[in-house]
Design a protein around this ligand. Structure first.
Ligand code: ATP
Ligand code: LTN
Length: 333
């Protein structure tokens, strides 16, 4: 059975892009794989966080993932900081990773350009992520398009470690990018990806907890163009319509021809927007309801997360010990 590892940050505002690009695929393949899904709280510290808020968002994300279909009996769901091997693995991998590799990461370049003072953690973020993946000898890493470069870096780091220290020490992981939904664009700005950091902005994102009325409103406001032809397209001027069709395709699992056929009677973009909103609302209604139930029992959530951390540590702790030994450190007697 292939081993899967993926992570998601507890930074709030989980949106349709996170769901279609990552979480939905985790859920759908869950039964066929051995899964580790990690709430990467250490990653979220790479930009300033409010401590109380971060604690809330961490539990909230756990509830959301379970509500979305992650079954804690089939998958190991845990919080990154509960397994100290992640921070240790990051340090050890820092010592085989050239600085230049990190400075080239596009996400680092984008995010650091927007900040006056850049924290070291932001630059080091992909090494922590590489450790997450490599400590589990994961074969597959299902992520959205924006994380592909980071998974490729994890491959490079693994290869370098294997070369320097011990051939075949780490499994070389494979990024798994979905066919549809890999890059959901902002509804207000369809040439940029839908983003958590902009999700508070009206009309930018559909958040998984949005009420149906709000979802419909967001889609109705979605930026399109002055035409009326409903077609998939790579033309940047048609990015809005293409994004709406892409969302519909990812939600329904239909082919492009079937999607277009569903809108053959549409009288314009207005009908398209309502049609897309409807399938998204139907998909999110049960998730929102389950989330609200799960949040009423925080003790049960904590119990599930503690069990997940134990299962994860059983894999990651011995691996980090092997890393230490291989690198020449003395293990405690
Ligand atoms: P953001 O950039 O939206 O603020 P992020 O990418 O930093 O968020 P995570 O919560 O860590 O946030 O992402 C979780 C998963 O969601 C990752 O696999 C990522 O590739 C995927 N993802 C994020 N945004 C999108 C998007 N717009 N379309 C498709 N997948 C996405
Ligand atoms: N960097 C990722 C989250 C993440 C991750 C991982 C994804 C942290 N560790 C390991 C896959 C595998 C993000 O921001 N989306």
């Amino acid at each position: 059975m292939k081993r899967v590892f993926s992570g998601i940050q507890p930074t709030g505002n989980i949106h349709l892009g996170n769901y279609l690009g990552a979480v939905k695929n985790w859920v759908e393949k869950q039964a066929e794989k051995e899964n580790f899904f990690c709430i990467v709280d250490l990653h979220s510290l790479t930009v300033p966080q409010n401590p109380e808020q971060l604690r809330f968002e961490t539990r909230s994300l756990a509830a959301m993932l379970i509500a979305a279909g992650i079954d804690p009996d089939k998958s190991t769901l845990f919080i990154q900081s509960h397994v100290p091997a992640h921070a240790e693995g990051c340090w050890l991998l820092n010592c085989v990773t050239p600085l230049g590799w990190l400075q080239r990461m596009t996400q680092y370049k984008d995010k650091s350009a927007k900040q006056e003072s850049v924290l070291t953690g932001l630059l080091d973020y992909p090494v922590l992520m590489a450790g997450d993946i490599l400590l589990y000898d994961a074969d597959e890493v299902p992520v959205g398009e924006d994380q592909k470069q980071h998974v490729e870096l994890a491959r490079d780091i693994a290869q370098r470690f294997n070369h320097v220290y011990e051939e075949e020490f780490f499994v070389i992981p494979q990024p798994i990018i979905p066919q549809a939904g890999a890059r959901v664009m902002g509804l207000d700005e369809p040439t940029n990806k839908m983003s958590k950091s902009l999700a508070e902005k009206r009309g930018h994102a559909v958040r998984l907890l949005d009420e149906p009325k709000e979802i419909l409103r967001s889609f109705k406001r979605a930026v399109t163009d002055s035409g009326r032809e409903i077609q998939f397209s790579t033309d940047p001027d048609k990015a809005g319509v293409n994004n709406l069709l892409g969302i519909y395709k990812a939600v329904t699992g239909k082919s492009e021809a079937e999607v277009i056929a569903d809108f053959s009677e549409a009288r314009g973009y207005g009908d398209l927007k309502v049609g897309v909103a409807q399938v998204v609302i139907d998909m999110l209604n049960p998730i929102r309801e389950r989330y609200q139930m799960l949040m009423q029992d925080p003790a049960e959530l904590d119990r599930l997360l503690a069990r997940g951390a134990q299962q994860a540590a059983a894999v990651a702790a011995p691996k980090v010990d092997q890393m230490k030994h291989t690198m020449g450190l003395v293990l405690p007697a």
